[in-house]
Unconditional design. Structure first.
Length: 113
C-alpha cells in the first residue's frame, strides 16, 4: 500500500512539476530471425501495444522495430526497455539475436505549415 501511495504522489508530481517526465521512451530493436519466419514475427510484433513500427530490411539485421514505452520514475529507461525486450520480444520463437538502441536525443522535422 505504501508503494501505491508513493507512485500516486509521484505521478501527480510528474504532471505538475516535471511534465517532461511524462514523455515516453523510444527504443529501436534490431533483430535477426530464422529465414522464412520474418513475416510471422512481424505480425506478432505488431500485436504489441508498445510496437510503433516494424521494418523488414536487408543487411546485417533482418527486422528493425520501433517501440514506445511509458516512463516510470522508479526505474531507469534502460530497465523498462530491457524488461520489455526480455519478456516480450526474446520469448518469440525464431528470433535468434537482438540488439536494442535507446536514443539519447531525438529531433523531428517540423511538419509544413
Amino acid at each position: 500500500k505504501n508503494m501505491e501511495e508513493f507512485r500516486e504522489k509521484m505521478a501527480d508530481k510528474m504532471e505538475i512539476e516535471m511534465p517532461e517526465m511524462k514523455r515516453g521512451i523510444t527504443a529501436f530493436i534490431f533483430m535477426n530471425v530464422k529465414v522464412g519466419r520474418e513475416y510471422r514475427i512481424m505480425d506478432r510484433l505488431l500485436k504489441m501495444e508498445e510496437v510503433q513500427e516494424v521494418h523488414y530490411v536487408p543487411g546485417e539485421f533482418d527486422i528493425i522495430v520501433k517501440i514506445m514505452m511509458e516512463r516510470d520514475l522508479l526505474y531507469s529507461d534502460s530497465e523498462i526497455i530491457g524488461q520489455f525486450v526480455h519478456e516480450n520480444v526474446r520469448s518469440i520463437a525464431d528470433i535468434t539475436r537482438t540488439q536494442t538502441v535507446i536514443p539519447i536525443e531525438t529531433k523531428l522535422r517540423k511538419a509544413p505549415a
